[in-house]
Design a protein. Structure first.
Length: 112
């Protein structure tokens, strides 16, 4: 065994921390982005359901777009009939990595 060290291990903890910190920050950033996109998807789905019920009760199609854009800024809505159902498809940007979110909801036309 030799007890002579050339550089020792001084500063190795700082070097390891400097290498690990960007990786941890990147993982946290991706995690927050995924949570944000998930929350936006839930709001978009709720807005599409509200818009479908409105149009099914006889409101104009523009009301669907207004409901969706109020709930999720920057979102758009498209109304399309499907037999006895009135369906609304809402789309919006996820805000991260140019992902596109979409939600469709249908309601029985002439609903009470």
């Amino acid at each position: 065994m030799t007890s002579c060290r050339l550089g020792g291990e001084r500063g190795s903890v700082v070097a390891e921390f400097a290498v690990a910190l960007p990786a941890v920050a990147l993982v946290l950033l991706f995690g927050l982005g995924a949570l944000s996109a998930g929350a936006r998807q839930v709001r978009l789905q709720d807005a599409a359901a509200d818009a479908a019920r409105l149009v099914a009760r006889g409101e104009p199609d523009a009301a669907a777009g207004a409901v969706v854009s109020r709930a999720v800024p920057g979102a758009t809505a498209a109304v399309h009939p499907a037999g006895d159902l009135v369906c609304v498809t809402a789309t919006a940007s996820a805000g991260v990595a140019a992902l596109e979110l979409s939600a469709t909801s249908c309601a029985l036309g002439g609903g009470l």
